[in-house]
Design a protein around this ligand. Structure first.
Ligand SMILES: NC(=O)c1ccc[n+]([C@@H]2O[C@H](COP(=O)([O-])OP(=O)(O)OC[C@H]3O[C@@H](n4cnc5c(N)ncnc54)[C@H](O)[C@@H]3O)[C@@H](O)[C@H]2O)c1
Ligand SMILES: O=C(O)[C@H](O)CO
Length: 316
């Protein structure tokens, strides 16, 4: 049997993808808008999507669909329940970039602990040249050693980050799921992690349970001057509340690789804020050449396994 494979957002994975060993008609679209999804995928039994949303309504309009192969770890853009009901299989990519993303989170954390953006701004503005001594003191500088890192989500990336942070001499706390009264062994209650941590780093999926998990009450519960890192998904944090917490000094800094809408509108609160203690990167935590290569290889492995009738990295 020949399979019809459609990659809806091929330009979101700028590396070669290995050729399938089974007979396939493959069609790559550089990108697919919401209005184009059904048109692009109507003949496909296998659809590949990195970030193109596949909602219940869309899935209902694709009668030939058998497999959605997500070209990413995050699966929040696919309606898993609708797939389950329709008998459509869904798989994702796992552990392809645990250390790459952890390195990105660590980089954001280091830059903010040392207040690099503020110093770079001052140097570029000529402030150093005008000082009367050899150095310019602008913003506080903190040590990693002895600082407490609270990690939300102890999967591949969260665990990698824990190891890196310990190597810097940080104390690591794994936060229990928000709302669970009793913390499992090796974890601390969510509220305690917020209160004790100098840095909180988010590494859980975006689901109905985690959406908006950090808003004004949680920001107020964090240690004054703490840093919030988010390389997971934008919808985990209320962006307007975060900007307010940075402006009023409750938080010492924030490093975000993900925003609630991507690509973001120019009036996204984090983009508009232009604060020296806020770093925003354009969802590139995963994007080392090495990690993208591993992702592409695993994408093909997942699809080949499905075609052979073997489950691999199945969400549904
Ligand atoms: N910025 C990037 O480039 C990038 C790259 C890869 C992944 N991600 C995001 O990072 C997330 C984590 O990736 P991963 O590879 O570590 O995934 P993973 O599946 O290995 O780990 C996720 C962990 O979160 C935990 N979790 C689930 N619900 C939770 C909750 N309510 N509270 C606390 N923990 C919860 C899971 O039990 C699991 O341990 C992904 O879901 C994805 O959205 C971002
Ligand atoms: O979830 C992921 O793997 C990243 O967001 C890259 O797509």
């Amino acid at each position: 049997m020949t399979h019809n494979v459609v990659f809806l957002d091929r330009d979101s994975l700028p590396v070669p993808v290995p050729v399938f060993s089974f007979p396939a008609h493959c069609r790559d679209y550089p990108a697919t808008s919401l209005e184009q999804i059904v048109d692009h995928a109507i003949e496909a039994d296998i659809v590949i999507s990195n970030k193109v949303p596949l909602s219940r309504e869309t899935i209902a309009r694709l009668p030939r669909l058998k497999l959605i192969a997500i070209a990413a770890t995050g699966y929040n853009h696919v309606d898993l329940e609708a797939c389950r009901e329709r008998g459509v299989a869904v798989c994702n990519i796992r552990h392809y970039g645990d250390h790459t993303v952890a390195e990105h989170a660590l980089t954001l954390m280091l830059a903010l602990m040392k207040n690099l953006p503020a110093y770079q701004r001052d140097v570029a503005a000529g402030v150093w040249s005008q000082t009367k001594q050899f150095c310019h003191f602008g913003a506080p500088i903190r040590e990693m050693r002895g600082a407490v890192l609270g990690i939300v989500g102890s999967g591949g990336i969260g665990s990698q980050l824990a190891g890196m942070a310990r190597a810097f001499g940080m104390e690591v706390l794994f936060a229990e799921r928000k709302g669970l009264a009793q913390a499992r062994e090796g974890r601390v209650p969510f509220g305690e992690a917020l209160a004790r941590s100098d840095v909180i780093s988010l590494h859980c999926p975006l689901t109905d349970e985690t959406r908006g998990m950090i808003a004004q009450p949680e920001l107020m519960a964090m240690k004054p001057g703490a840093i919030l890192i988010n390389t997971a998904r934008g919808g985990l944090v209320d962006e307007a509340d975060l900007v307010a917490a940075l402006k009023y000094g409750q938080l010492g800094g924030a490093g975000f690789d993900v925003l609630s809408v991507e690509p973001p509108a120019p009036d996204n609160p984090l983009l508009k804020a232009r604060l020296p203690n806020l770093i925003v990167t354009p969802h590139v935590g995963w994007a080392s050449g090495e990690a993208m290569g591993r992702l592409a290889a695993q994408l093909v492995d997942n699809i080949e396994a499905f075609v052979r009738g073997e489950p691999a990295n199945r969400l549904v």
